[in-house]
Design a protein around this ligand. Structure first.
Ligand code: KG4
Ligand code: ZN
Length: 355
C-alpha cells in the first residue's frame, strides 16, 4: 500500500510545533518555535503568555512545516494533534487549528496522547527499536516519569513527579550556585543543566557534601520528588555563604552532590519499577531514556552500568526528538490513520489524560 502523509500540530506546553511525517518513517519537516519567556524556569510556564505565543505562532509554524516538507495540503492524508495531557488553553490552540483545518479540507483527524508519543519516538528514529515490553524514562524540564509500554497502544504510567521536574531541579540548583549559562552553553534552550554537569565533573575526589536521594515519605513508593532535594541544596548554600558560589571547588562539590542524589533517585525508582514488572511477570529488556536531562553523561553512565548488571539495554532517541516536537505526534497517530480509526471533528482536549 502507498505511504500516507500526516501533518501534526503540538502545543501542549511552551513549544509551538508542526511537522510532516510519512508512514515509511520519513520526517519531511519538523518545526519547533521555542518560547524563551520561561527561560529561567522558575515557576514553570505561564499558561496565558504561553497560550498567546501559540496563538500568534501556530499559523506560521504550520506554513513553515508545509514549505519545508515540499508538500501542499492536497497531498496530506490526515491531521494529527496533541489531545493531552497539558495546559488546557495551550492544547486548545493546536486542537482547534487542526480540527478546523481538517474540517475545511475534509481530512481525517487523530488526537494523540503526548506521553505515548514520547515513548514511541524510537520506532520512528531507531533501526533497532525496542521490543515490547519496555520502560520509558522521560527526564526533561517538563517531565519526570516512568512509562511501561506493553504494545504500541498500551501504556501505563508507573511514576510521575510529585513536585518539580528533574530538569527544573537542575536549573534551580544551577541558579542557586550562580553557575553562568545561556551564552556559555551555546543556546538558552539548552538550559542550565549542561553547565552544572560540566562543573560537577570537577568535584574533589572526596566530596564533603551529600544530599538524601529522596524524602522519607517517598521511599519505596513509585513516585519522584525533587523539591526536597532542591531545598536541601538551598539550605547548604545559605549556610556556607559566599564560599558556596565563589570558591570553585566548593561549587563543584555541591553541584556533584546534587547531581549524584538526583541521578540516584532516578536509578532507585527505575529499579523499583523493574522489580514491580518482574513480580507481575512482565519481562522488560530495554529502557528508553529520553528528555533533555537524559543527555547528562553522568546519568547515562550510572543508568547503563546498573542496567548492564540486569541484562537490560538502554536506548536514547536523538536529543532533537527527545524534546517536545510534532514529528513524534505525527508518528504516534500513524497506526490509527492506517487503520481508519480516526476521531470526530467535535473531539475535545484532555488536559488530564491518564494512561
Ligand atoms: O527536554 P528538554 O530539552 O526540554 C523541555 O523539557 O522543555 O529539557 C530541558 C531540561 C532543562 O531543565 C535543562 O537544564 C535540562 O533539561 N538538561 C540537563 C542537561 N541537558 C539539558 N540537565 C542535566 N544535564 C544535562 N546535560
Ligand atoms: Zn513532552
Amino acid at each position: 500500500s502507498r505511504n500516507i502523509y500526516v501533518l501534526a500540530l503540538e502545543s501542549s506546553a511552551d513549544d509551538t510545533c508542526a511537522a510532516v511525517v510519512s508512514s515509511n518513517r520519513k520526517i519531511l519537516s519538523n518545526v519547533v518555535a521555542h518560547q524563551f519567556q520561561d527561560q529561567e524556569k522558575w515557576g514553570g510556564i505561564h499558561p496565558m503568555i504561553s497560550t498567546e505565543c501559540h496563538q500568534k505562532r501556530m499559523p506560521g509554524t504550520v506554513r513553515m512545516a508545509l514549505e519545508e516538507s515540499g508538500m501542499d495540503m492536497d497531498s496530506i492524508d490526515g491531521i494529527a494533534f496533541t489531545r493531552g495531557p497539558g495546559m488546557v488553553s495551550c492544547l486548545n490552540v493546536g486542537a482547534n487549528a487542526a480540527k478546523t483545518l481538517a474540517a475545511a479540507l475534509n481530512k481525517p483527524i487523530v488526537g494523540v496522547h503526548h506521553m505515548q508519543a514520547h515513548a514511541l519516538t524510537p520506532f520512528l528514529t531507531s533501526e533497532n527499536p525496542p521490543q515490547f515490553p519496555f520502560l520509558a524514562l522521560l527526564a526533561s524540564g517538563g517531565h519526570t516519569m516512568l512509562l511501561l509500554a506493553t504494545s504500541p497502544v498500551s501504556f501505563k504510567m508507573l511514576a510521575n513527579t510529585a513536585d518539580v521536574s528533574i530538569g527544573n531541579a537542575f536549573d534551580r540548583v544551577s541558579r542557586e550556585l550562580k553557575i553562568p549559562w545561556g551564552e556559555a552553553s551555546g543556546s538558552a534552550r539548552i538550559g542550565a543543566g549542561p553547565m552544572l554537569e560540566k562543573i560537577a565533573a570537577k568535584h574533589p575526589t572526596s566530596n564533603p557534601y551529600s544530599f538524601p536521594e529522596l524524602p522519607l515519605a517517598m521511599q519505596g513508593s513509585l513516585g519522584f520528588s525533587f523539591g526536597g532535594l532542591v531545598s536541601s541544596v538551598q539550605r547548604l548554600i545559605t549556610k556556607l555563604g559566599p564560599a558556596a558560589t565563589e570558591d570553585s571547588a566548593t561549587q563543584a562539590a555541591i553541584a556533584h552532590a546534587f547531581q549524584h542524589a538526583a541521578v540516584g533517585q532516578l536509578q532507585e525508582k527505575l529499579m523499583l519499577a523493574l522489580r514491580s514488572c518482574e513480580r507481575r511477570g512482565i519481562a522488560v529488556k530495554t529502557v528508553v531514556a529520553s528528555g533533555g536531562v537524559a543527555s547528562n553523561m553522568y546519568l547515562r553512565s550510572c543508568v547503563e552500568s546498573t542496567m548492564k548488571t540486569l541484562g537490560i539495554a538502554v536506548q536514547y532517541p536523538p536529543i532533537s526528538l527527545c524534546t517536545d516536537n510534532a514529528a513524534m505526534i505525527a508518528w504516534a497517530s500513524m497506526d490509527r490513520f492506517l487503520r481508519g480509526d480516526v476521531d470526530p471533528y467535535d473531539i475535545t482536549v484532555k488536559p488530564k489524560w491518564d494512561l
